[in-house]
Design a protein around this ligand. Structure first.
Ligand code: S3P
Length: 171
């Protein structure tokens, strides 16, 4: 059965606000695997928050850190990894992501915006019109998420447990 074939590395991709961290943590618990959030790991290593990294080093600096941490953590086994929304944009990262079973958590722009609108921890959305920015990022990234994904799950308004169950069945 599928369960005998459980992947050793499961990677969640998708936009900011798609629920990668929440779903990833719940899925890891359910599968008795470890969980790591790539952004949290970057922050842990830098000792400063993501907006501070963007302030000091710009997005480029953040992306370099993201690639270097990603390269390390994809070597882990028994891991569910939640990535940042932009992690799929570098060719180099896409090659690294292929080491895992890739899950795309899909949501539309209204849902995404509802989940991130009060958040100040996402520097890319610190603009005059964050919803428009999200829309643009989604338009650019959606084809890449879809193309990379082994499994796509719509997160919608459904409960976390429902999404986790769908994922477990699809893996
Ligand atoms: C980003 C998403 C963030 C974080 C950074 C950049 C992006 O992660 O990596 O702010 O480019 O979409 P989340 O998807 O966890 O919010």
């Amino acid at each position: 059965t599928k369960n005998n074939n459980k992947p050793e590395l499961i990677i969640l991709i998708g936009m900011m606000g798609a629920g990668k961290t929440t779903i990833g943590r719940a899925l890891a618990r359910e599968l008795k695997m470890d969980f790591l959030d790539l952004d949290h790991e970057i922050v842990r290593r830098c000792g400063v928050a993501i907006p501070t990294i963007f302030d000091i080093e710009g997005e480029d600096g953040f992306r370099r850190r993201e690639t270097s941490v990603l390269a390390e953590v994809v070597e882990q086994k028994h891991l569910v990894l939640a990535t940042g929304g932009g992690a799929v944009m570098r060719e180099e990262n896409r090659a690294l992501l292929q080491k895992g079973r890739i899950i795309y958590l899909k949501a539309d722009v209204d849902e995404l915006f509802a989940r991130v609108s009060k958040d100040t921890n996402r520097p890319l959305l610190q603009t005059e019109n964050p919803k428009e920015k999200l829309r643009q990022l989604l338009e650019l990234r959606a084809p890449i998420y879809s193309q990379l994904a082994d499994v796509t799950v719509e997160t919608g308004s459904g409960a976390i447990t429902l999404t986790v169950r769908k994922l477990k069945d699809a893996l």
